[in-house]
Each structure stands twice: as C-alpha cells, then as structure tokens.
Design a protein around this ligand. Structure first.
Ligand code: NDP
Length: 331
C-alpha cells in the first residue's frame, strides 16, 4: 500500500483526496520509483482543483513531476537504487503522477538525477525551474548567434514571484545579466533582489492593453504570464531581441500585433517542457546543476507534507505561493 492524492470524477463533480492505494493501482511502465519529493506547479493547481481540464483520465494521481529512487526496472538505462527525476510527458494528467509515495512510468521518460542534487533540490527546481532553464537556454542560443554579451542590456522576467520566475531570475543573474523582475507583489521586492534582480517593476505596467511598438528596453524576456503582458513585452523588446514564452498565468490569449517581429526583428520562442526531447532535458538539468545557487534555491523553497498539497493547489492558482513549494510525500 502507498499514500497518494487521487482525483476522481463522481457523478456530482470533481474531487481530489488523500488516500491509500494498493500496488495493483500502479499503471503500466517499465520502471517503478519510490518517490521522495514532488512539488506543486501551476498545472498541479489546475489538476487538483479541476479549474482547467488538465486531467483527462480518472481516477488520476496528480503531480507532473517527482524525484526518487528506482525500486524495480526492466529498462536498460536504469537499475534499482538509481536516483531519477521526471518532468511532464503527461504524468499527472493522463498517467498517474508524482503526488504519491510510488510511481510507475516509462524509463524513456526519466532523467538520471545529477550527482550534485538531492531529491529535494531537484524538486525545488521542479518542472517550473526546468522550464525556466529551457527559456534561458533559448535566449542564450539566440544571443550567442548575434554576439550579445551579458551586461549589454536588461532582461525582463514576468511572473517573477512565482516558480518559473524565481528560478529564471536566479539563473539569469548567475549568467551575469541585468534582470528586471515584474511582480504584482511589491512586498516581495527584497526577496526578488535577493535572487539577483537588479530592479523590480509593478506588473500593472505590463498587464493592460498597450501600443504595438513601445520604447525599446529588453534584450530578452522570460514570460510565464501570457496575454497583454506578453504582448507588451514583445512591443518593448529591443531590435533583434528575443522573448521566451512559457506560461499563461494572466491568460492564454495573445492580443499583440506583428509590429515587433517585422519592424524590429524580435523573435518569439515558444517553450514546452512536457514533450521536450531527452537531449534537451539532460542538457537543461546539467546546466541547472552548474548554475543554480543552492542557498538561493533554498531561500525560494518551502516544504509541505502530502496532506497539505490539496490546499496548496488552491493557493498557487490564487497567486499566493512565493517561489517553489516542495512536497514531502512521506511526511
Ligand atoms: P506560479 O503560480 O508559481 O507563478 C505564476 C506567477 O505569475 C505568479 O506568482 C504571479 O507572479 C504571476 N501572475 C499570477 N496571476 C497573474 C495575472 N493575472 N496577471 C499577471 N501575472 C500573474 O506558477 P509557475 O511558475 O509554476 O508557472 C507559471 C506559468 O508557466 C503557468 O502558466 C504554467 O502553466 C506555465 N508553465 C509552463 C510550462 C511549459 O512547459 N510551457 C512548464 C511550467 C509552467 P507575481 O505575484 O510575482 O506577479
């Protein structure tokens, strides 16, 4: 038996409960993992509350990521005792996920945990932080191709107080960039500066409808917010700059014009972490191991037991979670 959150869809609605499951509830897969830590990402909030239809099979164990130790493997790359991390692939949406003490998945989905990370560190980064790394890598590749050096301009991070935003600030600062953090929580300005932000701006300056072309400011943007914020970020990106878009915390719409793209050569990169190929995942985790400052990671992270994950799902959608929430599934 093992403890897990489980989402069901009884006739009268949608429920998520802490429950005990028998090993026979584990799905198909060639690797079984003793989960140590999982997390609460924005998408987990959507799954736990049922706010958006991210869960497409019932019953479902939520949790789009986990870190733990292999108990049993039929996969050639993994053996019992190996430490692994999983992000995405529909886990926690169409395949039972990480908010449980055990998980069974395809070995092809797993990344070997870099030796420099504990399982808790790996989940302090989690899917939010790994996605932040994918965004930063898209910007780095863009800048490298154009000979843009760190320090040559400001980089904007939106949704700065959230998981993707907090990790993106720490990574960009570690690379020597001047980071401007956009937040709706001015009280968190000191926290954002402690992660490496040089300046903190009110997200209201970006979240309302704006002109198609605005004063050129950013050499790059990491945007986890979407909607008008993403449109304004593109409109204020400097000639030849780039925007990495990964999220929709403000909205899924993109009320923008083509002006920044055709008049300033701005590039908009779409970042998907869920189906990213293995080589990109391994490169991202290796870069995270090199770049992420462990004390900063600890400062942006709070741990909760599995039973509190239900409430945390509501809190993250309400924008009340600062940085990252890790879940001790064995507490
Ligand atoms: P968080 O909730 O931790 O962070 C989102 C942040 O966005 C909030 O903390 C808040 O920051 C800001 N925000 C919230 N609501 C609004 C609003 N109405 N208008 C403007 N800003 C708002 O979530 P995550 O960091 O886990 O995820 C961020 C986004 O990235 C989500 O949309 C998520 O689905 C997406 N994502 C996408 C992935 C992919 O593969 N493409 C992978 C991981 C995440 P503040 O208070 O500082 O303003």
């Amino acid at each position: 038996m093992y403890q897990a959150l489980q989402i069901t869809q009884p006739e009268s609605g949608y429920r998520c409960d802490l429950t005990e499951l028998d090993d026979s509830a584990l799905p198909e897969g060639d690797v079984t993992v003793q989960v140590a830590w999982s997390t609460i990402n924005y998408k987990d909030g959507l799954a736990i509350t049922g706010r958006s239809p991210v869960v497409r099979k019932f019953p479902m164990v939520p949790g789009i990521d986990f870190a733990g130790t292999v108990i049993d493997s039929q996969h050639p790359r993994f053996k019992a005792g190996d430490r692994v991390v999983l992000n995405g692939w529909g886990v926690g949406e169409t395949h039972p996920g990480g908010l449980a003490q055990k998980a069974r998945v395809k070995g092809d989905w797993l990344v070997a945990l870099p030796a420099g990370f504990s399982e808790r560190d790996a989940m302090a980064i989690g899917t939010a932080g790994y996605t932040a790394m994918l965004c930063v890598q898209a910007l780095q590749d863009h800048w490298a191709a154009r000979g843009v050096n760190p320090g040559s301009g400001e980089v904007l991070v939106t949704g700065a107080g959230g998981g993707v935003g907090s990790v993106a600030i720490a990574l960009l600062a570690a690379l020597g960039h001047t980071v401007v953090a956009s937040t709706g929580r001015p009280a968190e300005a000191d926290y954002l500066r402690s992660l490496g932000a040089a300046d903190v701006i009110d997200r209201a300056t970006l979240s309302a409808p704006g002109k198609p072309l605005q004063k050129e400011r950013w050499i790059g943007v990491v945007d986890s917010v979407g909607s008008h914020t993403l449109a304004n970020a593109c409109a204020s990106t400097r000639y030849g700059g780039a925007v990495a878009a990964c999220g929709l915390a403000q909205g899924m719409d993109l009320p923008a014009s083509v002006a920044p793209f055709i008049l300033r050569g701005v590039t908009l990169y779409g970042i998907d972490s869920v189906m990213a190929p293995m080589a990109r995942r391994e490169a991202a985790w290796a870069a995270l191991d090199r770049l992420i400052d462990r004390p900063k990671l600890a400062a942006m992270t709070r741990a909760i037991p599995l039973a509190q994950a239900l409430q945390a799902g509501q809190d993250i959608l309400a924008g009340q979670v600062r940085g990252r929430l890790v879940v001790d599934v064995n507490a």
